[in-house]
Write a protein that binds this ligand. Structure first.
Ligand code: FES
Length: 220
């Protein structure tokens, strides 16, 4: 029997779940990282594999209960040990979401650098009113998240597993419109920045290290 998804009563939990061939390749890689008797440690990558498969096959990257049960079976652990991990970490979606998961960081660095503008642009471009909602067309879910560990390139909008950095309102709207058209812009900085180096290029350690140390060329 299909059961309603808590908090999302118009959706239902599927009756069954099976990993596809793409996921099996990823599962083999995940299990290879741990001794056989410690394979329970693969629970986090396995949850990601389920979420990615659901996104690929259904357009909604979430983790049904039957999939958690399947992980428990594969790892030979009690289902509760999978449920407790999935419910502890915010990056696992236990409810169906939109095609694109917009996760806006509003913690200090991002807030100081304009996350309010990013949030406003997300709402304007999707029609979503509040965090936790999905757009009427089912394409976007908007979530507020804590620091994503990319503060040097704040403000950050994570879309599914990709980080879009150094955003402002107009660039956020343009990104969402591109997603709506089915495009996937290159993740990373959206300004003149290489990686997490300063805007406009390097400002320190400009001298050649070998020349500064006085080492003759060829011996450094
Ligand atoms: S505060 Fe936003 S990534 Fe750290």
């Amino acid at each position: 029997m299909n059961l309603p998804v808590p908090g999302n009563p118009d959706k239902v939990q599927p009756d069954s779940f099976a990993f596809d061939a793409t996921s099996e390749v990823e599962i083999a890689k995940a299990l290879a990282r741990y001794p056989a008797e410690r394979k329970a440690s693969a629970v986090m990558p396995m949850l990601y594999i389920v979420q990615d498969q659901m996104g690929r096959l259904t357009g909604s990257a979430w983790i049904p209960v039957v999939a958690m049960d399947e992980i428990a079976r594969r790892l030979e652990i009690a289902p509760i040990r999978v449920y407790e991990v999935a419910s502890f970490y915010f990056m696992y979606n236990r409810n169906p979401i939109g095609t694109y998961h917009l996760q806006v960081c509003t913690t200090t660095s991002c807030w100081l650098r304009g996350s309010d503008d990013v949030v406003a642009a997300c709402k304007k471009a999707t029609g979503i009113s509040n965090f936790g909602e999905t757009s009427a067309d089912g394409k976007f879910t908007l979530t507020e998240v804590e620091c994503l560990g990319a503060c040097s390139n704040a403000p950050i909008l994570q879309v599914d597993n990709d980080f879009y950095e150094d955003l402002d309102g107009p660039r956020t709207e343009a990104l969402i419109e591109a997603l709506r058209r089915g495009e996937r812009p290159e993740p990373g900085p959206t300004i003149d920045r290489c990686g997490s180096a300063p805007e406009g290029g390097r400002r320190t350690l400009l001298e050649d290290a070998v020349a500064v140390a006085g080492i003759p060329q060829g011996q450094g």
